[in-house]
Unconditional design. Structure first.
Length: 460
């Protein structure tokens, strides 16, 4: 993709910087728009398609950080790349900007070549992230929402709907005797039939209806702002269209039919799961009645519902029996796994921070804590000797090292203490202050290491 397809918003109150940036970016082939304050930037993002924002840190009105925070509070801008530009390289500001969601931080005066390289990287990352998000939410065969995405979107739609006044309808669809298509013509032809069916589905529903493939040949649709009667008509029209559909795959002509179950949320306090269950009951009834028909959940009489529920209870009893058997066979192994779910408690370690660094993987977090212990256990004594011998170089080195590694395991007090000592040494603070900070760092470090040793290292 060439740069010309990307638009960069430059936000800088200094007219000269703004002009130089516009010149450099335009020369590199970007489309550039600019403004001189945070609020104007927020307004421009509403009306323009922007791929990246270059945001000055210090501006009158909203500061760069405040503007960044306001933009990133909106979910729709989570993937928008924002590079902060600042004359200051204060490390706390860099950290604050990155934590608020900035893609990068560039110190002014910038080197054009480096700034352009960082812009290219940030845009590439944004595009890759969007691509991954699309793949994670889409059914690869038909291009509609996959099961997870359907549930997420329809749950959001349901919470945004006032059930007393606004209708929301859930539809379940299942191609009849689809197994025969696969058995007679092969899986590839079956796939083509699924794609043609979804094309037909897409034509019959509105752009804003939520279409999902929730199982192999099972589909669901969530419709808002539509009465059940109207939804029934749309489904009936679709059913007839599917019946008339001629699908040609590998020179074979295939005809299919579809069974459809529908239910409305109006007046009910039900989750999407429960509504899908009702639509599925109606669909099951359509299959039982001979297939190729649309049935509304309200048409089911009590007898049918009771039968469906008792079938389900029986299925659940069978399933739980299977689980019990499996647990019996697994024996103590299973218990061991449950043990590993216990939370990790180490003095001075915020396990929430540590776990979030490793995507909540407890086993990995424990391993990292043990590695941290092994890598730094000698540093406890080294720090004490450096204090006793007033060895400033080693004190500085250890403070710097601990500042770099402690936050990754969630040892946040240790991080703060190491950071305080590191900057106190840089700022040539007096010996009393340094001695206090050293003493506090040593105590905290010993506490964390002793606790890791007791909880994880000795435990084996
Ligand atoms: N080609 C293809 N087949 C799939 C896919 N996912 C599921 N299936 C097939 O869909 C078929 C579903 O069969 P069944 O659940 O027995 O139902 P059916 O034959 O449609 O019969 P009824 O639903 O009772 O009308 C199975 O043969 C699955 O292998 C897919 O992605 N591609």
């Amino acid at each position: 993709m060439s740069n010309i397809e990307h638009t960069i918003l430059v936000v800088d109150d200094a007219k000269d910087t703004q002009l130089i940036l516009e010149f450099d970016l335009a020369a590199a082939g970007y489309q550039v728009i600019a403004c001189d304050n945070g609020q104007a930037a927020i307004d421009m993002l509403e009306s323009e398609e922007v791929d990246l924002v270059l945001l000055d840190m210090y501006m009158p009105g909203l500061s760069g950080l405040e503007t960044l925070e306001k933009i990133k509070q909106q979910d729709k801008y989570l993937n928008l790349s924002i590079i902060m530009l600042s004359a200051s390289n204060d490390e706390d500001e860099v950290v604050a900007a990155l934590e608020l969601g900035a893609a990068d931080y560039v110190v002014k005066p910038y080197v054009t070549k480096i700034l352009l390289a960082r812009i290219r990287t940030a845009i590439k990352l944004k595009e890759k992230t969007e691509q991954l998000e699309y793949l994670a939410k889409t059914d690869f065969l038909t291009g509609i929402h996959n099961r997870g995405s359907f549930f997420e979107l329809s749950t959001n739609a349901l919470s945004a709907t006032d059930r007393a006044t606004q209708p929301l309808v859930i539809v379940m669809l299942d191609i009849d005797h689809f197994k025969r298509v696969n058995d007679n013509y092969g899986h590839d032809v079956g796939d083509k039939v699924l794609v043609s069916f979804v094309e037909c589905l897409t034509k019959h529903f509105r752009d804003y209806d939520i279409l999902g493939r929730i199982g192999g040949e099972e589909f669901a649709v969530c419709l808002t702002n539509i009465t059940t009667e109207k939804a029934h008509l749309v489904c009936e029209r679709l059913r007839k269209a599917v019946e008339k559909l001629t699908i040609i795959a590998d020179d074979i002509t295939i005809n299919i039919t579809v069974s459809i179950g529908i239910t409305a949320a109006q007046g009910k306090i039900l989750s999407i799961d429960a509504l899908l269950k009702q639509a599925d009951d109606a669909l099951y009834s359509a299959k039982e009645n001979g297939r190729n028909q649309v049935i509304d959940f309200t048409e089911l009489d009590e007898k049918v519902i009771n039968k469906l529920n008792s079938d389900e209870v029986e299925a659940n009893i069978n399933a739980s029996h299977t689980i019990e058997l499996a647990q019996h066979h697994l024996g103590s192994h299973e218990e061991g796994e449950i043990m590993s779910q216990e939370s990790i408690t180490i003095d001075g370690v915020d396990s929430q921070v540590g776990l979030s660094n490793v995507l909540e993987d407890e086993a990995l977090f424990k391993e990292i804590l043990v590695m941290f212990y092994q890598d730094h256990v000698d540093d406890v004594n080294k720090l004490q000797s450096a204090i006793d011998n007033q060895d400033k170089n080693t004190q500085k080195l250890l403070a710097h090292t601990l500042k770099g590694v402690s936050s990754s395991v969630g040892a946040m007090v240790l991080f703060e203490k190491a950071k305080a000592l590191d900057s106190a040494i840089d700022n040539n603070n007096n010996d009393d202050i340094l001695a206090t900070l050293l003493h506090e760092l040593s105590l905290e470090f010993t506490k964390v290491m002793t606790s890791i040793k007791k909880s994880l290292v000795l435990e084996g």
